[in-house]
Design a protein around this ligand. Structure first.
Ligand code: NDP
Ligand code: 8X3
Length: 254
């Protein structure tokens, strides 16, 4: 099978929009995430709408054994992964370091950093065997700047930035491109997750200005992925026009 993209965190937001964008461009898609009903319905939707093949792998990226089992479960036709989009991730809460919750810290580090590492090791070995591939890491403006109370989330995204550079050094001679796309504010389920289901607080994050959409980011991911093979877009920072840096917004008066 040609043109296979594996997308982590495809059940929502940026990952889901990437699945749609790549399927629309004739990619066969491996969809991953923990919410199996969403994976199943997206699988059906993409197959019907775009006549591509899809495979869903339901696992928690924090759990090394689950990641290994999921990748090992792929048969030869699905193992030939061309593009890995390392998107699964989350922030939990906004609190000063001295009030931080150990369990929230573990979840963010285990998902955004260790999960990305687990799957990257496994898939990069497949890509090395093929002699080609492209790994696209979803970083964040939070990986460029730290903002008040963002401590551990910002640290994980700084780590994604560092790892992107390091992975490129390790893999470029083997024909594997490594890129980072770092968005500013994107309206997804991100803030609902960060504020643990508090929809009013989550909704306020995107009020008074036009944030990026998941589709905006997916366009950039596809642009990076569709360059000729002698080009690697190392890094792309994409912001809403109304957001000048991590904390400075041009919001309409209330
Ligand atoms: P969403 O909450 O909408 O999507 C997050 C995705 O990550 C879901 O599909 C979720 O799937 C998956 N995920 C989370 N934890 C796990 C886990 N343990 N195992 C497997 N999958 C997991 O948020 P976004 O689309 O906004 O976030 C996607 C990425 O973009 C994240 O890395 C985020 O840090 C980054 N980002 C987001 C920005 C924003 O403003 N929204 C800006 C910059 C970067 P499920 O719950 O089904 O497991
Ligand atoms: C998500 C964007 O600014 O909330 O990475 O950290 S921000």
């Amino acid at each position: 099978m040609n043109n296979i993209a594996l997308i982590t965190g495809a059940t929502s937001g940026i990952g889901k929009a990437c699945a749609e964008k790549f399927a629309a461009n004739r990619y066969n898609i491996i969809l991953t995430g923990r919410r199996s009903e969403r994976l199943q319905s997206l699988k059906k939707e993409l197959e019907k709408k775009y006549q591509v093949k899809t495979k869903s792998l339901c696992f928690d990226i924090q759990k090394k054994d689950q990641v290994i089992n999921a990748i090992e479960s792929l048969d030869n036709s699905w193992r030939q992964i061309n593009i890995l989009i390392n998107n699964a991730g989350l922030a939990l809460d906004l609190k000063p370091i001295q009030e931080g919750d150990f369990s929230d810290w573990d979840t963010m580090i285990d998902t955004n950093l260790k999960g990305l590492l687990y799957i990257s090791k496994l898939v990069s070995n497949i890509m090395i065997t093929q002699g080609s591939g492209h790994i696209i890491n979803i970083g964040s403006i939070a990986g460029r700047e730290s903002y008040p109370n963002g401590n551990v989330y910002c640290a994980t995204k700084h780590a994604v930035e560092g790892l992107t550079k390091a992975m490129r050094l390790d893999l470029f001679r083997q024909g594997i491109r490594v890129s980072q796309i770092a968005p500013g504010a994107v309206e997804t389920e991100f803030s609902l997750v960060r504020f643990k289901g508090d929809a009013d607080t989550a909704e306020k994050v995107y009020r008074g200005y036009t944030p990026l959409t998941s589709e905006d980011v997916a366009e950039s991911v596809y642009f990076v992925a569709s360059q000729p093979t002698h080009i690697n877009i190392n890094d792309l920072l994409i912001m809403p026009m109304a957001q000048a840096n991590a904390t400075t917004f041009n919001k309409e008066p209330k």
